[in-house]
Design a protein around this ligand. Structure first.
Ligand code: SF4
Length: 273
């Protein structure tokens, strides 16, 4: 019996040394429930205590949780109005821009401004002269000098205004000294008039002076023989008459009468449309 007691003391002593050693090693808690008999939980710790910590627990971040998408929301791009290149107005605007910047012939080096043409197209009447004069070259507008003032009177005589017609020239830049345009200049500039005709789709064309009539009708016949009747330009009636500048130079009763007759033909044609 004494022997058992001594063994028990020795065993308890070993346990104590063992736990002290653990404590020295920094162990603060040991699971012992598995050492108890099944069903005996009286001394078993209910839950594992929180170990002391040497540093403060980092605060739980108050930042919102990072969520995927890091992509910024795609903002709707501001609507860009694309030009409608199929509309005649936009086509015409682009064409005029090209004419204003054109350097396809020698007249580009002597002009001040190109003169693409202007007017209304409600009645689809196209007037075509030969080339800009000094005042047109300065302003960039067609028929604004003395010839233009006379043209206004001729139009008024048949109840038309500039707004009722579109007026342009065979060449869009002024030939120096108001000379007739050279054939290479007419050829270089022709695509612009051709495109203007295609966009404006005139119901009638009136040519002013010999160069315009000869170019469009592709003839060498003089204006004296061409005027006074309609010709055909690819299915469009074309009426040649004298240029107002010629009338100013030869302001005879006979010439004015001829122009008046031509304008009456135009008026009759329009009235039948
Ligand atoms: S006359 Fe016609 S082709 Fe020559 S530079 Fe002027 S716009 Fe161009």
């Amino acid at each position: 019996m004494e022997n058992n007691e001594a063994k028990m003391k020795e065993l308890l002593y070993d346990f104590r040394r063992y736990f002290e050693q653990l404590k020295d090693d920094g162990v603060e808690w040991v699971e012992t429930s598995h050492l108890l008999p099944p069903g005996d939980t009286e001394v078993a710790p209910a839950r594992k205590p929180e170990p002391a910590r040497a540093y403060p627990r980092p605060e739980k971040s108050s930042r919102p949780r990072k969520t995927t998408p890091a992509y910024p929301e795609e903002k709707a791009a501001p609507a860009v109005q694309k030009p409608d290149l199929s509309s005649p107005a936009e086509k015409f605007r682009v064409l005029i821009e090209r004419i204003n910047n054109c350097r396809n012939c020698g007249l580009a080096s002597t002009r001040n401004r190109a003169v693409p043409g202007e007017g209304g197209n409600a009645l689809r009447i196209l007037f075509v002269g030969e080339g800009p004069g000094a005042e047109e070259d300065r302003t960039g507008r067609p028929f604004v000098g003395r010839s233009g003032q006379l043209l206004d009177k001729i139009l008024a005589a048949v109840s038309l205004t500039r707004n009722d017609i579109f007026i342009t020239n065979i060449v869009k830049c002024r030939p120096p000294g108001n000379r007739d345009p050279h054939s290479e200049e007419v050829i270089a500039c022709w695509p612009y008039l051709d495109e203007q005709i295609k966009i404006l789709r005139p119901r009638v064309i009136v040519t002013l002076g010999a160069p315009a009539a000869k170019t469009l009708l592709d003839t060498t016949e003089g204006i004296g023989r061409l005027r006074g009747r309609f010709h055909d330009y690819h299915g469009i009636p074309l009426l040649p008459t004298y240029h107002p500048a010629y009338l100013l130079r030869s302001y005879t009763l006979e010439n004015r009468k001829k122009v008046w007759e031509d304008m009456k033909l135009l008026r009759e044609f329009i009235d039948k449309l």
